[in-house]
Design a protein around this ligand. Sequence first.
Ligand SMILES: Cc1cc2nc3c(=O)[nH]c(=O)nc-3n(C[C@H](O)[C@H](O)[C@H](O)COP(=O)(O)O)c2cc1C
Length: 318
Amino acid sequence: MDLDFAPMEGVTSCLYRNVHAACFPGVDRYYAPFIAPDGSGRFKGAALRDILPENNREIRLVPQLLCNTPEAFLAASRELSAMGYHEVNLNAGCPSATVVPKHKGAGMLADLKSLDAFLEEVFARCELRVSVKTRMGLESTAEFPAVLEIYNRYPISELIIHARDRAGMYRSSPDLAAFSAAFPLGRAPVRYNGNVVDAESCKKVMSTVPALDRLMLGRGAACDPALFRVLRGGAPLEAVELRHFLDRLERAFLQAGLGEHFTIARLKELWYYGIWKFPGAGRLHKALNKARRLDEYHAAAAALFASGLFDAGASFQG
Ligand SMILES: Cc1cc2nc3c(=O)[nH]c(=O)nc-3n(C[C@H](O)[C@H](O)[C@H](O)COP(=O)(O)O)c2cc1C
């Protein structure tokens, strides 16, 4: 089974990806959180640092673009090609209220004529393989057959389907029936994404669509960084591994010059997912979220690990 790590803005930065790959090898591909190109064809600042090949040496990375003008997409793709990338991913799934009204991300699904025109221009001129990460519709997954009809006109290298509509944000149950109906109709190879958080949820998807052999894991993997190993039949996450992983990440954040405040903020973001491995730890999690200094954070994290609440079988259920 081919298993990719989903892009997660604010979580799966290059620092995270590198530490994850060192501690939990076996991810087929990491997707970089989206970059919204400004049309200049030049990446800058944090966005550039995140995708620079020298910052992603040990992993296979696919950069992702969020934009709806072919010119901006093509200019950014040329830059990616010059950096040595062979594939670029189009974000047609972001549900954010700041993105969708601009007809970007999942908002691209609002006007299928514009989507078609965008893809026509991109596929006529892009030097890179283009994969697409998509929602199944804006208001309803019932929109997907019409969306897929557009995608099927183009040689998309892989279609990653987040099996929700935009209205479902990250809360609704993935629509496995709609995904399973669409799966055999895709011209491109199809990858499933949405709420695969443990062996059980993986089994549910795989038994619904037995021919599926590509999955993308997001929040489940942010909670359980060993999830890729687990889904391949390997050992469950151990508390000591999680602790070591978080310690290495903390050092990486500090070494990158993030400073105490931002390092703690990033670690709290990771604990937002990781806390599901500690059922019943609400009070201890609150204490961790109150930490303002690293010594306070260390004490709160140590209390969580000492609590005995760690449960390797627990998974993200948010
Ligand atoms: C905090 C957060 C940030 C995300 N950032 C991105 C992003 O930059 N690009 C993208 O395509 N999807 C992004 N996603 C969506 C995930 O990649 C994934 O599609 C979604 O979480 C569903 O998969 P999961 O249930 O395995 O988490 C983000 C999701 C979350 C929760």
